[in-house]
Design a binder for this molecule. Sequence first.
Ligand SMILES: [Zn+2]
Length: 189
Amino acid sequence: MNNSLPSIMSKNITSQQDHPSSSNNNNPPHQLSRYESQKRRDWNTFGQYLKNQRPPVSLSQCNCNHVLEFMRYLDQFGKTKVHMHGCVFFGQPDPPAPCTCPLRQAWGSLDALIGRLRAAYEEHGGSAETNPFGNGAIRIYLREVKESQSKARGIPYKKKKKKKISHNSVQDGNLNQILKNPNQPSLLN
Ligand SMILES: [Zn+2]
């Protein structure tokens, strides 16, 4: 198992020795993380969406209504079956047969998308105060999508419980400190 205590400790110690301060600056700019490249793709898609409006919408004109329309527009590319109220499978997490209910964007995907676009908006010079992705209307819309999808799909979206600090992680930290400290004086001697 990779989770065993010694491997975690040795990993921490070596990484601290290799990168004494922040390692962020060592990353070449063209190597984007998955999150960063996804954010860039989302931002381009949204920009294209605004351009395709009649008349085209500039970023400075963009408000929360454009964002709401964008989310509804994305539903046509969704892959999540959300049962209608009249469907016999309404509320069933695992329906035994197909039905004609529409496919939608899953709430979790929209929620993550909005988070990325909200960050991208400010990275492209938008102010936090007028950020349309941070607007209360977006939060309300996402909450409604979440509640209706959890009812229709019979899948409750449980809040992830915060991991309590386990005995193991406390011990890891202590052991790391204990192991680190004796090394340092010996380097000086
Ligand atoms: Zn259905």
